[in-house]
Design a binder for this molecule. Structure first.
Ligand code: 0X9
Ligand code: ZN
Length: 299
């Protein structure tokens, strides 16, 4: 069963996704898009009323291991879409494709060994792990990433060196024309960030990205979910090359591409107490409904 009273483990999350696909087979399908380095199933869930080439909202979460609230938000979106009958309109004209735990090896490692683990778990010669959010193949290896395997921002030995980033790429690539909104769900800091991230440059549609980002913030703010700062990633946080949002915009040509940084909490920011999951997921969900409305009205 799904719960928002505690952080779920990867096997529980996958079991829930598979159960939804069985129980709601008219609208839910799961797809094994790859295996993690340590062999865990990378399961993507698709929620659709059927038909081909509909606009897709794509979200991944948990690409950074320690950001536990991100998979919770992805799961809440899934649960609301599938199990709340008042939300059926949200998948009539728009398909949803969501991978709630994009880096399960790291996620599990952060549960069992080291709470603040961030990267994947592929071994180097000295240190483990690559920062999957520096590993995407657009302007890979430029500012804000490292060639040194022991840093938290190690970009990998080459772009797409990690099976987890390859799985995301290979799912999105053939569907790029249909993906209308891409969101990488992270924590923390209440940011809605848009490209470019590799350098302090604005994409052609920066105005649209700013506006659509504010649609999310306005909706969440109205229900007491706090204020998100919407803006260009490099301007707000400094340049970071090899991130998924840049690849999706620059490599795939999906115009609306964000990194959503959820609220922080706990002593380190990433360790939001489980007692706050329910509140955060409910507030953020309102923002996603506003995003859905934008996609429905514009595509
Ligand atoms: O460093 C990151 O990957 C992100 N912060 S996090 O605390 N979740 O690790 C910030 C990414 C900023 N860059 C882009 N939006 N691409
Ligand atoms: Zn992150």
């Amino acid at each position: 069963q799904v719960t928002f009273e505690e952080y779920m483990r990867h096997d529980e999350i996958n079991a829930y996704l598979l159960r939804l696909a069985e129980e709601y087979s008219e609208i839910v399908t799961t797809e094994l898009i790859g295996k993690s380095f340590e062999g865990r199933d990378l399961i993507l869930i698709k929620i659709s009323s059927g038909g081909a080439n509909k606009p897709i909202i794509f979200a991944d979460a948990g690409i950074h291991a320690r950001e536990w609230i991100a998979p919770s938000v992805a799961l809440y979106i899934i649960q609301q879409l599938v199990e709340n009958p008042s939300n059926t309109a949200l998948y009539q004209n728009v398909d949803w494709a969501i991978i709630p735990v994009a880096n399960p090896d790291g996620y599990e490692y952060s549960h069992t060994k080291e709470r603040m683990w961030r990267k994947t778990r592929s071994p180097g010669t000295i240190c483990y792990g690559c920062d999957p959010n520096r590993n995407f193949g657009y302007r890979w290896g430029e500012s804000g990433s490292s060639t040194w395997q022991c840093t938290e921002i190690f970009a990998g030995r080459h772009a797409f060196s990690e099976v987890e980033t390859v799985a995301l790429r290979d799912y999105m690539l053939p569907r790029a024309d249909d993906i209308k909104l891409y969101v990488a769900i992270h924590s923390y800091g209440n940011w809605v960030l848009y490209p470019w991230s590799y350098a302090m440059l604005l994409p052609d549609n920066a105005n649209q990205l700013q506006e659509v980002g504010e649609i999310f913030n306005d909706a969440v703010y109205a229900v007491g979910g706090g204020n998100y700062t919407v803006g260009n990633s490099a301007q707000l946080l400094g340049a970071t090359a090899g991130c998924s949002d840049d690849y999706v915009l620059g490599g795939l040509g999906v115009n609306i591409s964000y990194t959503l940084e959820l609220p922080g909490g706990g002593s380190a920011g990433f360790d939001l107490p489980a007692t706050q999951i329910q509140t955060v997921v409910e507030q953020v969900w309102v923002g996603w409904q506003a995003w859905h409305q934008y996609v429905e009205e514009n595509y």
